[in-house]
Structure formats: structure tokens, C-alpha cells
Write a protein that binds this ligand. Structure first.
Ligand code: ADP
Ligand code: MG
Length: 390
């Protein structure tokens, strides 16, 4: 991380010919439990991880926004004054839609973009892209925090989370919820963020993994998911249809006791989508209760149940994710589940620290045996949220 910080500051100086005003960072996240509940007004329990996106930023006097990333050779420029029109015309595209979308969204929540200076923004990251660890929220949150500081906007972290979500929804065009940005902006060391996506109340819940001799192994299947297309939007539509048929605004309103009634009213597919969301909300609440009473070693069966529900009821898993989870459970993990939106990406296993290398070898072997692509596995530590680095 220290090397990365120095490097990005050097690259910024090469890019602009002067020193950056400052350096900001924001983490990716792992969702411990609570999948596809956020847009249903439900509960999620993500934690910020020790993989971060760095943003070096320097203001400029000509009202131009200029963004570059170590992720791409392309440098994208746009006058601040053209942001609103570009957003309205759907012209914010590709990776630059994330940082430029954040600048636009800051304007949309009340910043006077005519009164602030332009900026050079250089982005670097070690959050794997498209692995379900939310490199998108990391970039949004780091840029939002940086612009909030240099433009002296004084927005709260909760507002900045909504800014990141608006950028993703209305500039990038991905209909995602508020979870990822909340984890990235509100996360804390060795803790998860228990977020109520209806009230947006957030509470930090200590995880105590290390003290319990446990860690989280991420098993990235390498299967790419794309939020802007396909299944994610369909699942959201099913949830909305289910809520409408049950006469509630969101599925958050439905309790486990009401599932029998839902089963009689809904077609089979919609019912199973609803059942996932309703039971998943309860699993989040139960996980928090266990973490706060008996500790992290006791949450394994809730993680397993979450995976089965995502696989069988919500149908967003893929064979690679199922194999990673099964292999983990057969090789010493005390719980495992796919994490993130699904259709690819990563699974997580809660595993005794001394069992990590054995599990990594087992996952590699299982993937090879099934003729799947080579997975990438690495541990993550629950870490601090977005911050100004220098
Ligand atoms: P995830 O959030 O799971 O990693 P997404 O598809 O939501 O996957 O977001 C990935 C996209 O975010 C990338 O395709 C790219 O457009 C953008 N992005 C992520 N990290 C960076 C980065 N360091 N520099 C530029 N763009 C990035
Ligand atoms: Mg994302």
C-alpha cells in the first residue's frame, strides 16, 4: 500500500507536471451476508477489505475535469460545465463514467459545479475488477471523498454513498443498490457494516475474525459478470413484481410467517425469488445476533444457507461458484457462500487461518479437475473505510 501510494503520486506528477493536492483511498468490499436484499429495502452486512482504490487529485483553474487510470491508456477530459448535458445524453461511457459520474452526481445532490475548480484525477487500484468485490464502489467512493474535500462541499459519508450510487445508476447505467458504497465509506477495521437499506441506518458490528483464529478466503472464479445487462435487472424486476402482487412497497415488509400466503399468491419463480429475499433478511439479523453473542465461529451455517438460497431460489449462482463453495466446505471451511450479485465473480469461505493454504490447493485442484478456468484465491482483512491518505 505504501509503495502504491508513492507510485501513484509520482505518476500524477508525470501526468500533470505538478504535485497532487492530496491522495485519497477507498476500499472494495466483501458482503458477508445479505445478498440481493439491498434494493428490496432489506439488510446487508458487508465489510470493507484491505484492497483499495487510490485517487491522486489536483485542482485546475480552467474548469476542466481530466481523468486517467492505471487501468487504461485513455485520458478523458470534459469541462465541468458540460457534465449535466453529457449525463442527460448518456454520453458518460466506459470506465470514465465512474469518476465523471460522481462529479455529476455531486452536482445533482446540490454542489454548485459552476463555483468549483476543475481537477486532474489519477486513479490506481488493487481491487480486482469484476470479481464481485466492488471495484466500482471503491472508485466512486474515493473520487467522491476527494472531490468533497477539495471542493469543500461538507457532505456526510451517507450522502457520498448516495452520490456513488447515483453515479452508478444514472451515469454508468447499472441499477445497483446502496450497499457497496456504504461499505466502502462507512467500513471500519475488523468490523462489518450492518446496513438497513430502507432507513439507511448503519451500525458497525465487530467481527473478531482474527481473535477467533479465522479469516475470510476469497475465491475469485474469474467468471466475469456484467451488471448493466442480463440477470441482475431481471431479478430486480421479479422482486418488484412480487412486492406489487403482495401489496407492499418492498419485500422488506414481508416476514417469514407470511411466506405461506405468498406461496399461494405467486407463481413458482416469483415465489422463490421472494423467499430468498425474505429468508436472507432474517439470516442477516441472525448473523449479527450471533456475532454479538457467540462470535464468528458460529455463523457458518447461516453462510451455507445463504448460498443454497441464492443457488436454488434466486438462481444467481454458476457452477464455478457452487464448486468453490462445496470444495471449501469439504476442506475445513466453517461456512462458505457466493458473494456479490452472482452470475460469476467470487465466493467466500470463513476458514481457520491455519487451513488457508490447504483450502487454496484444494480449490485449484477442483477447478482443474472440472476443466474450469484457473481461480484466484486470497484472504481479505476487514479494514477501514475511505480516507484521506495525504
Ligand atoms: P465490480 O464492482 O464487481 O468490480 P463492476 O462491473 O461493477 O464490477 O465495475 C467494474 C468497472 O469499474 C470496470 O469495468 C471499470 O469501468 C470501473 N473501474 C473499476 N476500477 C477501476 C479503476 N481502477 N480505474 C478505472 N476504472 C475502474
Ligand atoms: Mg460493482
Amino acid at each position: 500500500m505504501t509503495d502504491m501510494r508513492d507510485e501513484v503520486l509520482e505518476q500524477f506528477a508525470d501526468f500533470t507536471g505538478h504535485e497532487a493536492d492530496g491522495l485519497w483511498s477507498a476500499p472494495g468490499r466483501v458482503n458477508l451476508i445479505g445478498e440481493h436484499t439491498d434494493y428490496n429495502g432489506g439488510f446487508v452486512l458487508p465489510f470493507a477489505i484491505d484492497r483499495r482504490t487510490l485517487v491522486a487529485l489536483g485542482t485546475r483553474e480552467d474548469g476542466m475535469l481530466r481523468v486517467a487510470s492505471t487501468f487504461s491508456d485513455e485520458v478523458v477530459e470534459l469541462p465541468l460545465g458540460d457534465l449535466a448535458a453529457a449525463q442527460a445524453a448518456g454520453q458518460l461511457r466506459g470506465w470514465a463514467a465512474y469518476p465523471l459520474g460522481v462529479a455529476w452526481a455531486l452536482g445533482a445532490v446540490g454542489a454548485d459545479l459552476a463555483a468549483v475548480p476543475g481537477a486532474d484525477i489519477l486513479i490506481d487500484s488493487n481491487v480486482p475488477v469484476g470479481a464481485g468485490l466492488s471495484s466500482s464502489a471503491a472508485i466512486e467512493s474515493a473520487v467522491a471523498l476527494a472531490l468533497n474535500d477539495v471542493w469543500q462541499l461538507g457532505f456526510s459519508r451517507e450522502t457520498l454513498a448516495r452520490v456513488g450510487q447515483r453515479a452508478e445508476n444514472d451515469a454508468v447505467g447499472a441499477p445497483t443498490g446502496i450497499m457497496d458504497q456504504s461499505a466502502s465509506l462507512l467500513g471500519a477495521q475488523d468490523a462489518a457494516v450492518f446496513l438497513d437499506c430502507r432507513s439507511l441506518d448503519a451500525r458497525v458490528v465487530p467481527l473478531g475474525f482474527e481473535a477467533a483464529g479465522l479469516t475470510i478466503l476469497v475465491m475469485d472464479t474469474g467468471v466475469q459478470h456484467a451488471h448493466s445487462t442480463g440477470g441482475y435487472g431481471e431479478r430486480r424486476a421479479s422482486c418488484e413484481a412480487g412486492a406489487a402482487a403482495l401489496g407492499v412497497e418492498t419485500l422488506r415488509e414481508i416476514s417469514i410467517d407470511e411466506l405461506d400466503r405468498a406461496g399461494r399468491l405467486l407463481d413458482d419463480v416469483t415465489f422463490r425469488r421472494v423467499r430468498h429475499v425474505v429468508t436472507e433478511n432474517q439470516r442477516v439479523i441472525d448473523t449479527v445476533a450471533l456475532l454479538e453473542s457467540t462470535g464468528p465461529a458460529t455463523i457458518g451455517s447461516l453462510l451455507d444457507a445463504s448460498h443454497r438460497s441464492l443457488r436454488d431460489d434466486f438462481e444467481v449462482s454458476v457452477p464455478e461458484l457452487d464448486l468453490a463453495v462445496e470444495t471449501a466446505l469439504d476442506n475445513g471451511a466453517i461456512g462458505a457462500r457466493m458473494t456479490g450479485g452472482g452470475f460469476g465473480g467470487a465466493a467466500i469461505a470463513l476458514v481457520p487461518i491455519e487451513g488457508v493454504s490447504r483450502l487454496q490447493v484444494a480449490v485449484d485442484g477442483a477447478f482443474a479437475e472440472h476443466g474450469f478456468g484457473v481461480p484466484t484465491t486470497f484472504t481479505v482483512r476487514p479494514s477501514a473505510g475511505a480516507t484521506r491518505e495525504s
